[in-house]
Write a protein that binds this ligand. Sequence first.
Ligand code: EPU
Length: 303
Amino acid sequence: MRLSDPKLLEALPRLGVERVVGASLAERTSLGIGGVTDLLVIRRHEALPELVQLLRGAGIAFRFLGGGTNLLVPDGDLPWIVLQLARQDPEVRLEGNFALVDAAADLGRTVTFCAKHDLGGMEGLIGVPGTIGGALRMNAGAYGTQIGSYVREVQLYRAADGRIETLRGNHVRFEYRHTSFAPDDIMLAVKLELPSKPFREILQGIRICNEKRRASQPLNQKSAGCIFKNPAGKSAGRMIDELGLKGFAVGDARVSDRHANFFVNAGHASCADMLALIAEVRERVRRAFDVQLENEVILWTNA
Ligand code: EPU
């Protein structure tokens, strides 16, 4: 989609919003799949309410992009534009045991920055790709750690009210890869409370998690992490592996040889290839184990 509404185009410079015409989503997602559309990069959080109001007024559909690391986007000319927050400088400010982190900050860099200042707790999250905002929305977790445990405050744009609001952490439900945020809420910043720990000790934890991840996940291939959520008490990866589906492919969309719950783009996979692979594997697991796997990856394929 190309933006052409004159009122909107005229307002962008004043709002500090940069327009990237015909941005490729394949270049902005870790799967390397996705079509093209106009991208609006938001430099100042305060611009968001007016920007959304203008988009709604002009009847322009939009989606909000975080780090693009857990996302499957359709191919071709996309029927909506994409909004994204620009990285802030600094991304993280520390106040005692509190870290005030911008939503566009990289999760891994944030963990490392806090570690260098003797603030730990999030070692398990070190290799999870993506932004703090994305991690927050999904309650990202790994190796026994989930980001939700450390959240004390969230600043977000509440689409329902059209306003920027601050929520107390204990007013948000953080569950396994799920939160109580509304689907159209946009994360802006978070206040984390992290336990004090010597840097060396944190580094040790980080090294252990990195090693485990390197040994079990296809880190050098294009993927969106785990495709399915683990059903209670079960491992989706193990079930898919037991069915002998490692290496199973639809076009260039392929079940990883290393971890069966990672589906990789082994070349030029289309969105349709990836969707077909997801549907086929889900069906085979249902038939064999009577388990209906739920997506962990976010699909932008529905209207
Ligand atoms: N397994 C297999 N074959 C495979 C993959 C796994 O037999 O191909 C077995 C493993 O040997 C292990 C069990 O299944 O006994 C669980 O595997 P693993 O420890 O790799 O963890 P997982 O349950 O597959 C979850 C998260 C990952 C997270 C790891 C580490 C989900 C869906 N996945 O994976 O998160 O990194 O634990 O904590 O919750 C993600 O969210 O995208 C993600 C990758």
